[in-house]
Design a protein around this ligand. Sequence first.
Ligand code: AMP
Length: 454
Amino acid sequence: MSEPFVSNDPATKADQEKEKPKKFQTLRGFQDLLPADHDLYTLIKKSVRHRGRQSGFRRITTPTMEETGVFERGLGESTDVVSKEMFTMESRSGKLMTLKPEATAGIVRAYIEHGMQTLPQPVQLYSIEPQFRYDRPQKGRYRQFHQYDFEVLGERDPSIDAQIIHMSWKILQDLGIEDRLDIQINTLGTPIVRKKYTEALKDFFYDKKQHLSADSQKRLETNPLRILDSKDEDDQILVSMAPKMKDFMDEESTKFYEAVKSYLKELKVPFYENESLVRGLDYYCDTVFEVWDRSLGSQNAVGGGGRYDGLGTVLGSPNPIPAFGCAFGVERVMGHMKDSGIETPNKDGVQVFVAQLGEEAKKKAIKIATELRDMGIHAVGGMGKSSMKAQLKMADKRNAPWAIILGEVEVREEIAILRNMKLGKQHKVEMKDLYKEILSLVGKENLDTYSLGE
Ligand code: AMP
């Protein structure tokens, strides 16, 4: 008999090495959301949907990718997001397309594109979507992350601003993390006031330019308001001497801001006024707010938003679209939930494991498992070719409280063995009584049933 051929030829070995499949990993700044993360994410989505629906919101999903101009024009070319953080690529026909870095611009584009101004105003929309920013990855800062987002379009009323801030706070309360967070609010005044104030800041900083940090020197050219929230200590000293927004506020801006604050007080929403809060994006006016980590301050804010009455026209609407919106980072909210040890109900657990031996028993096992599922019981089994012992071990590992055991004999005699996995005790049950007994063991209140109409 000839020996199997094993080559020692170095060239062939190298070829074999080359063919060894590469082990892939997630890209830098991207991460998998594993089942344990989804336990938290599910709670977040539930609260967002529940609170949103209670307040009259409906869900929208805009495409993951838009023409680059939607964000460039919508967010402002001088913003960090547009100038440094966009994932932009060219289509085969040379069109520039960008993965969405935030939700608002796409939603406003959709509002205009679908003629939503003809609907009763305001239009209230929410979304829960992945977002993409070419950020330097670190804890709480990823290149793909998720946001939940609320937008109220087509109405200018301070009560909207206050109600959305209140609802955002409610969600954080639902999730049990509000005592780790603070709400910061400020006003940027109407677009006219914002413009006047920006000019005054430019004048003030112009002859002090050399004392500003390199970043703020750039901001002076592109977006002077952003100097106000610089973290640089020397910038901060100059900022403390700079003109104050409150001295530029006109009657309309003041009235609007006072109303927002009085509604927030009425709704018992705790907040801090913060004159340096400006938010990164160009499109904000009047109310801006952020929710900060109480111990870290502005770093790793969990969310924020504001009024953006000017964005609609920037994105091509013939009429202004007054609007208010906010976005919260799911991963950062999840981080707080993890750190504060929030217990999540695990609704994925297996309730009944169906173990079987032999072809006939396997057929029966699959049928039983599917019928149990129809009744609302989490049933697993009939998979793989392991021995009975190995299957029961698996039932144990999956923490199933009950196992149904079927062999050829049981199938022939129309019985099943029902095993209490914790006690290791088992007894025979007539097949016709099996479902009734299992139902009473699992308990009606633990059934996982739903109807599409719910
Ligand atoms: P922004 O509109 O930039 O303030 O973003 C709103 C929220 O999204 C932030 O408060 C964060 O919670 C979240 N967020 C923004 N950028 C990132 C990122 N790169 N990674 C994770 N979360 C982010």
